[in-house]
Design a protein around this ligand. Structure first.
Ligand SMILES: [Zn+2]
Length: 889
């Protein structure tokens, strides 16, 4: 058990890459007996053990200044620069020391604390990127004799103040003293106190900067930002306003252990710098009514448990939403008193501004459903604006061109954790999104699904819902689309339309996040496969149920009419969700209930990141998936595979521009073959899948039950397609002439020991293994057996038998090509792994055992094929026999 507040880990979660490098401070851990023990061997670099953990400390104890503290405040600040705002600051004009004034009426009051990353570096693991957000919590200030404590409040529990139990509200619920400082001077009326704050801001007292060591991190300690240097770090700016005080700090790290610059793109190798803004914000004074969350709609929320309730689900989680109040409360449709205003940053290329503005305003249609007219407004930040996009008083759509963008788009917001009221939001859009630059690490280093975003797995589970790798997703899809269009001989105008629709969609999606919505990965199921290019239909209701999905690009086959590449408006689910979040009418419990009871309508289907099946073995409903399209995702994936194959067949002819290197051809090849792998992944999820419905008791829904296994026909159809398109001997039979042209353009000393040649065997096996990882995953195998109890009639034995057939049958009587040899070896090793894995179900053990014996027999009997095929079969038989019958072999 890590004793750490949830919010304190927020920034670390955002900051953490897949490696983290720091040991935790020695911490108490609870053993089985319930006693607290201190773990040995976990010591932190000195600077990371903050005074925050030791309330007895003082933030500044320079003996030379001791006598100052008795000085009257007015004398003390006489020669200092005064910066007025929510909290008034004073700065020493010579030494730069910073002091914060706290008045008596600010004591024991709650404030909101929020972290915004002004700038980071993308080459040093653990350091965040521009626009990222961190801690968003409630804090209060308390005076204890001659010191002031900064206390982080625990907002996770609710006690009805009218119930006597509320008097014990702090029982075993801890608030945290983040920092403490000795009072330096007091005003003559004893109502204002001055404390030094340099040490608090230049340390990790308020927010954790360096990532935690995560269990199982094999690279732990190898790479990281290094040690925070309080001498090199500095407070650069203070932006002070009546409702918020922002302190901007440059954090510098010594001895940085940067990640090797594998992509040769020029990250900062050492002494990474992180610029953070700490905002202290006044609690909003309004009659904002928190709205309780509901599992049928996807909002970000603030977690709170009702500690007195007798309910089995004592949740008082409140959704994140803006405060919108009707100017005319009686009118069915009224303008809000204060609209939500977004500013397009003046760094945005002029040619994209109209698209971004139009996409933003499209959301107004959803707000009309909730009773608001023109709820969203858009302005352009003037070139000579006297505010900066990091100013939290402005909601800004920012445009940046980072060297290694972690996101093509990112839509963070910050809230009042007590109520869920959204107080501000930004949207980050990356230049890479509109370029033709291929994101190599996403493309080559991930599984067959090529999920594009290497930062995904880096986030702590509670953070995953906050992240959005939509930009990469759409960018990869757009590049697939471009390659297909190029091969179809499309004009530049048509290709630009694709980029424009992608940017429109990206904007709609990221704005959706800032409105409080999380993902809806089920939304592309909206239309029947035959209808997805029917623009009469899709322009009216949208191409998907929601813009909060990661869709496949909707691209037509050769000679077929092309509809919308992406959905261009909030879909039925979005309209419904915004009504749920924003309609003032829903204060009425009956109306709220009636609206939520519509969740069974197919157009309102919802499933988010917690339910999506992007990673092998994860989740259970194949409709909740990224990179898919239509109510028949299997058919659409098969269509994508056909498009990919068709495009690849003419690739050499299309990329024939004299004077160009082969680089673009190579990119197109990898994009197209990767798309095939991703489509295979979508198909594979139907095998062993179970459809999930979130409807409550008594709702009118098409689903017969919350859990309905995928029909045997669809599971077998999926297996048949995988057999033909992914596992067949000729599934990746690309012509030699194409492979021999896959040359990247050389830059300096690239390649080095890696070599520049196309490594096709590794590439193809990775695609196939990505799919095998799902089909042989212990959770999938267990679920196939479990779901047999409520309707699944495709058993593990039958599934695994067909998979074995798919991988062996076609070339039993002849030569086994080199791709297929690799596939067969990989599969056999997996079956051996299943037999030996004690954590796997008995049914899976038995099926794997049976199939290994089948293959062993085949290998013994089949003596056809050339010498390499015979050697391969002998090796397979030896591998199986040694695993199953070690005594005999
Ligand atoms: Zn997203």
């Amino acid at each position: 058990m890590t004793i750490k507040t949830s919010s304190a880990s927020v920034l670390a979660g955002i900051l953490a890459l897949s490696v983290s490098s720091f040991a935790l401070p020695a911490m108490a851990d609870q053993d089985q007996t319930g006693a607290f023990v201190v773990q040995d061997g976990e010591t932190a670099p000195e600077e990371n053990i903050m005074d925050s953990a030791k309330p007895g400390d003082t933030a500044s104890d320079d003996t030379a200044d001791k006598k100052d503290k008795d000085k009257a405040l007015a004398d003390f600040v006489e020669d200092k620069e005064k910066i007025e705002g929510l909290f008034t600051f004073y700065r020493d004009k010579e030494k730069g020391e910073l002091f914060m004034e706290i008045s008596e009426d600010q004591l024991n009051q709650e404030f909101i604390y929020f972290i915004y990353v002004h700038n980071g570096v993308t080459g040093v693991p653990g350091l965040a990127f521009r626009g990222a957000t961190g801690n968003n919590q409630v804090f209060s200030l308390a005076k204890h004799y001659n010191r002031i404590d900064f206390i982080e409040e625990n907002t996770n529990f609710y006690y009805n103040p009218e119930n006597p139990i509320s008097r014990s509200a702090d029982a075993n619920v801890s608030s945290a003293v983040l920092a403490t400082a000795e009072i330096k001077a007091t005003s003559a009326d004893k109502k204002r106190f001055l404390i030094p704050v340099d040490k608090m801001f230049l340390s990790e007292a308020l927010t954790q900067l360096t990532p935690d060591k995560r269990p199982g991190d094999k690279d732990a300690g190898k790479y990281g930002p290094g040690k925070l240097s309080s001498s090199k770090s500095k407070i650069t700016d203070i932006n002070n306003y009546p409702e918020n005080s922002d302190v901007i700090v440059d954090y510098v790290f010594d001895d940085s252990k940067a990640m090797p610059d594998r992509d040769n793109i020029g990250g900062l190798p050492r002494n990474g710098k992180l610029t953070l803004q700490h905002s202290f914000i006044q609690m909003p004074k309004n009659d904002f009514k928190p709205r309780l969350d509901d599992p049928r709609v996807g909002y970000f929320f603030q977690r709170a448990t009702d500690m007195i309730s007798h309910s089995a689900t004592p949740y008082r989680d409140v959704i994140d939403r803006w405060s919108l109040v009707k100017k005319n409360p009686e009118a069915a449709l009224s303008e809000p008193v204060e609209p939500i205003v977004y500013w397009i940053e003046n760094t945005t290329p002029v040619e994209y501004r109209d698209t971004i503005r139009d996409a933003l305003l499209t959301w107004n249609e959803a707000f009309e459903k909730a009773g608001f007219k023109d709820a969203i407004q858009v302005k352009i930040q003037p070139d000579d604006a006297d505010w900066d996009a990091g100013d939290i008083r402005y909601n800004v759509l920012r445009w940046t061109a980072s060297p290694r963008p972690r996101f093509g788009g990112y839509g963070p917001h910050f809230v009042n954790p007590r109520t869920g009221q959204v107080l501000g939001a930004d949207i980050m859009l990356e230049q890479v999104f509109v370029t033709n630059r291929v994101h190599y690490s996403g493309l080559f280093e991930t599984t067959a699904l090529g999920l594009g975003d290497d930062s995904y797995t880096a986030f702590a589970p509670e953070q995953e819902f906050m992240t959005c790798s939509m930009g990469h997703q759409v960018q990869m899809a757009a590049q697939f689309g471009r390659s297909v269009l190029t091969s179809k001989g499309a004009t530049e105008v048509e290709k630009n339309e694709l980029v424009k629709q992608g940017l429109y969609y990206l904007t709609l999606h990221e704005v959706g996040h800032t409105l409080g919505l999380n993902h809806n990965m089920k939304a592309t199921q909206l239309h029947a496969y035959k209808d997805i290019h029917d623009t009469d239909l899709t322009s009216k209701v949208g191409l998907a149920g929601s813009v909060m999905d990661y869709p496949a690009i909707n691209i037509a086959g050769k000679g077929k009419p092309q509809g919308q590449f992406y959905t261009m408006k909030p879909g039925p689910y979005d309209l419904w969700a915004i009504e749920f979040g924003y309609s003032p009418d829903l204060e009425d419990p009956a109306k709220r209930r009636a609206l939520l009871e519509r969740s069974g309508e197919p157009a309102l289907a919802f499933g988010n990141d917690a339910d999506d099946m992007r990673a092998p073995g994860k989740a259970i409903d194949p409709r909740v998936m990224i990179g898919d399209m239509s109510g028949d995702a299997i058919a659409f994936a098969a269509h994508e595979i056909a498009l990919s194959e068709d495009t690849l067949s003419t690739l050499l002819e299309k990329y024939d521009e004299t004077g160009q290197s082969w680089h673009e051809l190579r990119d197109a090849f990898f994009i197209l073959s990767g798309a095939k792998g991703r489509a295979g992944g979508v198909i594979s999820r139907y095998i062993g899948g179970v459809y999930v419905d979130r409807a409550f008791v008594g709702q009118d829904t098409v689903a017969k039950a919350p859990y309905v296994p995928v029909s045997k026909a669809d599971q077998k159809r999926a297996m048949g397609l995988l057999r033909a398109e992914i596992f067949a001997p000729d599934a990746f039979a690309y012509p030699a002439e194409l492979i021999s042209h896959l040359q990247p353009q050389r830059r300096g000393f690239d390649f080095r020991s890696k070599g520049e040649d196309p490594k096709m065997h590794g590439r193809i096996l990775k695609i196939q293994e990505g799919i095998l990882s799902h089909l042989t995953h212990k959770d999938v195998l267990q679920r196939i057996t479990d779901s047999g109890l409520y309707g699944n009639d495709y058993s593990v034995a039958e599934m695994m038998g067909e998979l074995t057939d798919a991988i062996f049958e076609a070339d039993l009587k002849g030569d086994v090509n080199s791709y297929r040899q690799n596939l067969q070896v990989s599969y056999i090793k997996r079956l051996v792994g299943i037999v030996k894995n004690k954590a796997i179900s008995h049914q899976a053990h038995a099926a794997a055992f049976a199939n290994l014996n089948r293959v062993s027999d085949w290998m013994a009997k089949s003596r056809r094929g050339g010498s390499d095929t015979r050697a391969h079969r002998d090796f397979l038989k030896y591998t199986i026999d040694q695993a199953l019958y070690p005594a005999k072999s």
